[in-house]
Design a protein around this ligand. Structure first.
Ligand code: FES
Ligand SMILES: [Fe+2]
Length: 399
């Protein structure tokens, strides 16, 4: 990789990833591998965009909490006695130990190191043997709180205290998936995994209508053919975008019967039931919506070539009351697991390919409309961060 990868010419070259899919080419491979680009990406995306960290129903009761992390920042989400859910840094304001790990229910958070005690709302409520410390006022200390927004039951945080609200920029996506009533959907299962590829490789795989009929050819996927993919237009100011993929029969579901085996989300329209919907809220949330199951991916970049992901399942309210539910779900997950394994195999080898000297800026099929929208979303953000960095450097040099 050239030492001076980040130049005006590099960012100018992103022009060829814009425009229509008939002329566009993919982003430079270095965007998926280069540590310096990853640092810029933090400034461009992760420091300012809304980042999904979990579901509100992970913290149903007062005292419920979970921990997570994104781009190296350890976070704690807790529901306090007042019922309010807050997102906070989990970094102790004494000497930086993390005050919580994992998830559970707690009355507060006792830092294991020296037993400073924080309330569920993040305020420091006790700090032993600090009575001789001049000017120490525990009332002025708390775990730093982040902006938090609940969108359809998904909790998003933002490191930018001045960030504009998320929901208005997701209006088109929310309208397209309104029938799933996701705020009321129930969490059936969540799994967490680590992966050795760039977060955009994962995101783009889930965006991709083109590979459906090729990589996944066979009876578990043929009813969602690539040629029935459509991509509703989005604006780069939107916080998300969509792929609809019509299916060869209604209520298609990834299991050997090819049809829903769990209760169908009750408010779906006939149109909803005749397609699968893929909703993308970069850089952290990707949804696969079928009539009886919604799979959500919460992506967490952990480095230029690594990421972590929570994969969760949402079902219609009451679906889990059926004693046969675990067996029905198993039917889907056994099949979906085979499809996901195909995707993972590709993702891991795409990352190897992206590192190669022979990796190039490829061309798109019309069935890759969401990739084009993703590039239109990414590029202005990358360019703005590059311009801001150059402006900071110029100020330093004149100072
Ligand atoms: S680091 Fe937490 S109490 Fe000392
Ligand atoms: Fe796939």
């Amino acid at each position: 990789m050239p030492a001076n990868l980040l130049t005006d010419a590099f960012f100018d070259s992103f022009d060829s990833s814009l425009g229509g899919l008939d002329t566009a080419e993919t982003l430079p491979p270095a965007c998926y591998t280069d540590p310096a680009f990853y640092e810029l990406e933090k400034e461009a995306l992760f420091d300012r965009e809304w980042l999904c960290v979990g579901r509100e129903d992970w913290v149903k009761e007062p005292g419920d909490f979970f921990t997570t992390h994104i781009v190296g920042e350890p976070l704690l989400v807790a529901r306090a006695r007042d019922g309010v859910v807050r997102a906070m840094s989990s970094v102790c304001q004494h000497r930086a130990m993390l005050v919580a790990e994992g998830k559970g229910n707690a009355r507060g958070f006792v830092c294991p190191y020296h037993h400073w005690v924080y309330g569920l709302d993040g305020r420091l409520v006790n700090a032993p043997a600090m009575d001789r410390t001049c000017g120490f006022d525990k009332k002025k200390i708390r775990l730093p709180e982040l902006k938090l927004e609940n969108w359809l039951g998904f909790l998003f945080v933002n490191f930018d205290p001045n960030a504009a609200p998320l929901a208005p920029r997701l209006a088109k996506v929310a309208e397209a998936i309104a029938g799933y009533d996701l705020a009321k959907a129930e969490s059936a299962q969540t799994m967490t995994g680590q992966f050795a590829w760039n977060w955009k490789v994962m995101f783009e795989n889930n965006n991709d209508g083109y590979h459906a009929s090729k990589l996944h050819a066979g009876p578990l996927h043929d009813f969602v053919p690539s040629e029935l993919a459509t991509f509703p237009p989005s604006d780069p100011t939107d916080a998300g975008f969509l792929r609809f993929n019509a299916t060869l029969h209604p209520d298609a579901s990834f299991n050997p019967t090819q049809r829903a085996v769990l209760p169908v989300f009750p408010k779906l329209t006939q149109e909803d039931r005749g397609r699968m919907t893929f909703a993308n809220v970069p850089p952290t949330l990707s949804l696969v919506l079928s009539s009886d199951l919604v799979i959500y991916l919460i992506l967490r970049a952990t480095g230029p070539e690594t990421m972590e992901q929570d994969t969760g399942l949402l079902v219609a309210p009451g679906a889990m009351a059926d004693p046969a539910f675990p067996h029905r779900l198993e039917m889907i997950m056994t099949s979906a697991g085979k499809i996901i394994a195909q995707d993972m195999h590709v993702d891991s080898l795409v990352q190897v390919g992206l590192r190669s000297r022979f990796a190039t800026r490829g061309r798109y099929s019309w069935q890759e409309g969401a990739q084009g929208q993703f590039n239109h979303w990414l590029t202005p953000r990358y360019r703005a961060a590059w311009a801001a960095r150059k402006a900071r450097t110029a100020v330093k040099e004149t100072a």
